[in-house]
Design a protein around this ligand. Structure first.
Ligand code: PMP
Length: 298
């Protein structure tokens, strides 16, 4: 496995960061999770744009242009001869001293890892999965806006642990007012009377790229899509529910806090959107390899 680390490709063993890196010391950094399917990088432009937006919000200079960053992702896949992969792009504030002050970090550090990921077992995609709401709340936007895909995932990790302890694979996180926000690494949707609802970004969520893609696909099918705050009770009485994310893709939810959702099996609209999403992943995004290279990796 070859990993991109600050302008070079190095082996897994050689890929090391300093203990003085502020990403490590303070979680001062940002990241993206991206997927490649069938020789293309799905929604690459959207991921690069979001990475640069996260950097801009935390006033971090990445040190590469968007075009260069795009090439980093594509070249990492080429170096590893991958046509289908999960890509982790990380930009940390870089090496500094033990103080918080980012002025002590002269250069951001850029890392790109291409590997594979299986977030949930295949069975859950077929049958749907149970989830639970958990005590740990999503970050208050005024403190650390969840729009920033930052290296601070401690709330989400706590929530994940609470879900695991409660015997389910994923948590539903509420905000400080009790409104439903999202999962620990995925956005949430419900269907009620044929209308698709998802929480608006202001409740405190990451504006997921899969979320946006699914909203577009639903609209193309003529399904009404509404961004609206909703509570746990709204979740319990939904006809259908599913989660979306780069790693999770689109996964049906059939139980929330031990309440059955709809008929207790993946709903019709969920299944249609899964089908549309799978089709889109095969055709969207820039190609990794030219024709000749493509035959070599096949
Ligand atoms: N919410 C959170 C907290 C996430 O970390 C992610 C990405 N893993 C998502 C939602 C889904 O976003 P995307 O569809 O862009 O992967």
């Amino acid at each position: 496995m070859l990993i991109y680390l600050d302008g070079q490709f190095v082996t897994k063993e050689e890929a090391r960061v300093s203990v003085f890196d502020h990403g490590f010391l303070y979680g001062d950094g940002i990241f993206e999770g991206i997927r490649a399917y069938n020789g293309r990088v799905f929604k690459l432009e959207e991921h690069i744009d979001r990475l640069f937006e996260s950097a801009h919000i935390i006033a971090m200079e990445i040190g590469l242009s968007k075009e260069e960053m795009t090439e980093v992702v594509l070249e990492t896949l080429r170096q590893n001869k991958l046509t289908d992969a999960y890509i982790r792009l990380v930009v940390s504030r870089g090496r500094g001293d033990l103080g918080l002050d980012p002025r002590k970090c002269p250069k951001a550090s850029v890392i790109c890892i291409a590997a594979s990921i299986q977030l949930y077992p295949e069975e859950l995609y077929q049958k749907g999965m149970p989830v639970k709401t958990v005590p740990t709340r999503r970050n208050v936007p005024e403190a650390l806006n969840p729009r920033i895909k930052s290296l601070n995932y401690l709330n989400n990790i706590m929530a994940k642990m609470e879900a695991t302890a409660a015997g389910v694979s994923e948590a539903v996180m509420l905000n400080h007012e009790g409104y439903v926000t999202e999962g620990t690494g995925d956005n949430i949707f419900i269907v009620k009377k044929g209308v698709l609802y998802t929480p608006p970004t202001y409740v405190g969520i990451l504006e997921g790229i899969t979320r946006n893609a699914v909203m577009d696909l639903a609209e193309k099918r003529g399904i009404r899509v509404v961004e609206k705050v909703f509570t746990r009770a709204d979740l319990y009485i939904a006809d259908e529910c599913f989660l979306t994310g780069t790693a999770a893709e689109v996964i049906p939810v059939i139980e929330v806090d031990n309440r059955r959702i709809g008929a207790g099996e993946p709903g019709q609209i969920t299944l249609e959107l899964i089908k549309d999403f799978r089709a889109l992943t095969n055709v969207d995004g820039p190609e990794i390899f030219g024709n000749e290279e493509w035959t070599n990796v096949q």
